[in-house]
Design a protein around this ligand. Structure first.
Ligand code: NGQ
Ligand code: ZN
Length: 454
């Protein structure tokens, strides 16, 4: 493959907004130059943004959208939703997971994401026994990412227990369960499939402080590549905080920081329930807060202390998690709205007088997401991978809007409707709102849904 070049009406770069921007890309997909002025190459009319990393996905949950929104016989909660989710998780074959993940990844690309952090815990067969290749289900996520053409940071889950203090898992968790040896076997198999790949990175996902003990996690971290990404769910639900306090006398984020030396290697997923002290300490540690605002709202988790965390210079990233909404715009909007609703304010996260809320949040999540995924994305600049999302400047909602006003209008008003083209490593995978492989992927997804849902 030869190098190529693209030309955009405008682009958001580290130097700010540029007009008439030519981006030259080498054969591998790395940006060589970004220049202002009329250039040749493929012309894409629109507003070029760095494509957004989606740092938290459970692809299999794409299967159950809309099927857990009916009141149950008892009180509904995160925990009853989780029971329903386990029921779906027990049904997927490897082919089904690949079909559902490929569809989810196409939807991510079409909404402006270009990298997915797949937090994968469906390791075993439905009866709990291992597949012939212990890494089978994770390999299917890599295959789905290939079909869709999305970057992936694969985060196989370490999941040993059902609750704090090494409680036995419940029957519904039997596909997830591993000890250090079983996990490292999976991890080793995946290392061979990810090393040297421009679009792939391998990390680990200790599921939560409920599912691992600190000692187990230390053993596993000692057996993997130093400084590779570590993602963990933490302090998402009040009950988790209460159980952690009852078990250890510490709150979950407090316990995580006491047991491990956190750094930008770590992404704390949700981190919803923190004291002001925990919020400051987490920000100072350099760990990234992996926020999933639409899923957190859907599951009734609570409100992340984003005002305090960002004031303390904490790093944020976003993820579509259960995929109840797959949209960088909607997740950033929900994040800002959660703070406005709690504090009865406006432009809570703009970060200074006269600044655009959308611009501040978009740039923070793009850079934080790149760091969380450990992929060379998040900026339209030489040396970065050419992962770009283009907004349709001619869409009615963007008429009369340029620069920060266009970004704010996308995030607060137009959502996915205005995302027109997406490049991943210079490959034009979404063209005029159409993904290059979407019919075939949707066909397999349709068959899987019909078979697997009531
Ligand atoms: C998950 N999802 O692993 O899919 C979790 C629920 C749990 C979110 N936390 C299960 N959003 O935390 O035990
Ligand atoms: Zn999750």
């Amino acid at each position: 493959m030869q190098g190529s070049s693209f030309h955009f009406t405008s682009a958001l770069t580290p130097e700010g907004w540029l007009q008439d921007v030519a981006v030259a890309v080498d054969a591998a997909g790395t940006i060589q130059s970004v220049t202002s002025g009329i250039g040749d190459g493929v012309r894409i009319a629109g507003i070029a943004l760095p494509a957004m990393p989606n740092v938290h996905s459970h692809a299999h949950q794409r299967l159950m959208l809309g099927l857990a929104e009916r009141a149950g016989p008892g009180a509904d909660s995160f925990w009853t939703w989780r029971e329903a989710m386990y029921g779906f998780a027990l049904r997927l074959s490897p082919d089904d997971l690949q079909a559902v993940a490929a569809q989810a990844y196409v939807e991510m690309l079409k909404s402006g994401f270009s990298v997915v952090g797949e937090f994968q815990y469906l390791h075993h067969q439905p009866d709990g026994s291992s597949y012939g290749n212990a890494a089978e289900m994770s390999l299917r996520c890599l295959a789905a990412a290939d079909e869709a053409g999305i970057g992936i940071t694969l985060l196989p889950a370490l999941y040993a227990y059902g609750g704090f203090g090494g409680q036995a898992p419940v029957a519904g968790q039997r596909r997830f369960i591993n000890g250090a040896d079983g996990f490292l076997r999976i991890h080793d198999a995946l290392r061979a499939e990810t090393g040297g790949h421009f679009l792939r990175r391998l990390g680990i996902a200790p599921h939560s402080l409920r599912a691992v003990t600190p000692d187990l996690l230390r053993t596993v971290i000692g057996g993997i590549e130093s400084n590779s990404p570590v993602h963990i769910h933490v302090a998402e639900q009040v009950k988790e905080v209460e159980d952690c306090l009852a078990f250890s006398g510490q709150r979950p984020v407090e316990m995580l920081m006491a047991e491990f030396e956190l750094s930008e290697r770590w992404t704390a997923i949700h981190a919803t329930h923190m004291t002001a002290g925990e919020t400051n300490a987490l920000a100072l540690s350099g760990a990234i807060a992996g926020l999933c605002p639409t899923t957190e709202a859907n599951l009734g988790d609570g409100i992340f202390p984003a005002v305090g965390f960002m004031a303390a210079r904490g790093t944020i990233a976003i993820g579509s998690d259960s995929h109840v909404s797959v949209s960088p715009a909607e997740d950033l909007r929900m994040l800002e709205y959660s703070q406005r609703l709690r504090d009865r304010t406006r432009n809570a996260l703009a970060g200074g007088k006269g600044r655009s809320t959308g611009r501040t949040l978009f740039e923070a999540a793009a850079l934080g997401g790149a760091a969380s995924m450990q992929q060379p994305v998040g900026r339209i600049a030489p040396g970065y991978r050419c992962d770009i999302a283009v907004l349709d400047a001619g869409h009615p909602s963007l008429i009369g809007r340029t620069q920060d006003a266009a970004l704010d209008t996308w995030i607060f008003s137009s959502g996915n409707a205005v995302v027109k083209d997406v490049l991943v490593a210079g490959r034009h995978v979404v063209k005029d709102r159409h993904h290059i492989n979407e019919e075939q992927i949707a066909g397999r997804f349709r068959a899987a849904i019909r078979r697997l849902t009531p």
